[in-house]
Design a protein around this ligand. Structure first.
Ligand code: ADP
Ligand code: ZN
Length: 216
């Protein structure tokens, strides 16, 4: 059975899309599709795709639309997406949104809701530059707001935590600029299609849970 829980998490870098995705997929059988994670895995594996993406990612720029859309398209065909999925960090441009629409049409699916994570710029920058994550299990921490129990060690798997190279102050600022220029237009794009729900940080977990129940 194909369900109606096909979601897009939209928001600036550091808005908490990844953290909310992890929380939701812990409870629900949704596939978590993070284009950033897929790209970082390609870099780690030293693939050609990874090599060309790395240069752009280091500078805080976007990887070409066709490339990321192709990755998502093949990912959506995997069986774990049949129960629903969260697209985290994709689409990031209006062109990517159009490519996504095409890809979904081909497999007879559609997006049921787009959740926009609203956060102030200053908070985003503070968060990005203090973000650390586990390279083994992917859990995300924050030195200021969500520290691990033991400094720099993952609570879940005891692995040393690392800072993403693109979370330096300079690159983080560039990524925010790229967000406002390329991704922000998607807010109107999905609002016009009556798919957008905006959520603030206050009561975020409650709002997400309520929204999810509505889709059931
Ligand atoms: P964040 O949401 O914290 O910015 P991501 O892990 O989603 O981080 O993305 C990291 C980087 O990967 C981006 O800055 C960009 O270079 C690249 N990337 C991820 N998703 C996309 C996408 N949909 N289109 C283009 N580039 C992407
Ligand atoms: Zn871990």
């Amino acid at each position: 059975m194909v369900t109606k829980k096909n979601l897009i998490f939209l928001g600036a870098p550091g808005a908490g899309k990844g953290t909310a995705s992890s929380a939701l997929t812990e409870r629900e059988p949704l596939a978590h599709i993070s284009t950033g994670d897929i790209l970082r895995a390609e870099i780690k594996n030293g693939t050609e795709l990874g090599k060309s993406a790395a240069v752009l990612m280091e500078k805080g720029g976007l990887v070409p639309d066709d490339l990321v859309a192709g990755m998502v398209k093949s990912r959506l065909r995997q069986p774990d997406c049949d129960n629903g999925f969260i697209l985290d960090g994709f689409p990031r441009t209006v062109n990517q949104a159009n490519l996504l629409d095409q890809a979904l049409k081909e497999i007879g699916r559609k997006i049921d809701a787009v959740i926009y994570f609203e956060v102030d710029d200053e908070i985003l920058l503070q968060r990005l530059t203090a973000r650390i994550s586990c390279g083994k299990c992917g859990r995300i921490y924050n030195k200021l707001f969500l520290p691990p129990k033991q400094e720099n060690i993952c609570d879940d798997c005891n692995t040393a935590l690392f800072q993403r190279p693109d979370d330096s102050r300079e690159t983080a600022e560039e990524r925010l600029k790229v967000f406002y220029k390329n991704t922000q237009p998607l807010i109107d794009y999905y609002r016009e299609r009556k798919l957008l729900t905006s959520i603030t940080e206050i009561e975020r977990d409650k709002m997400l849970a309520a929204l999810f129940r509505e889709l059931t």
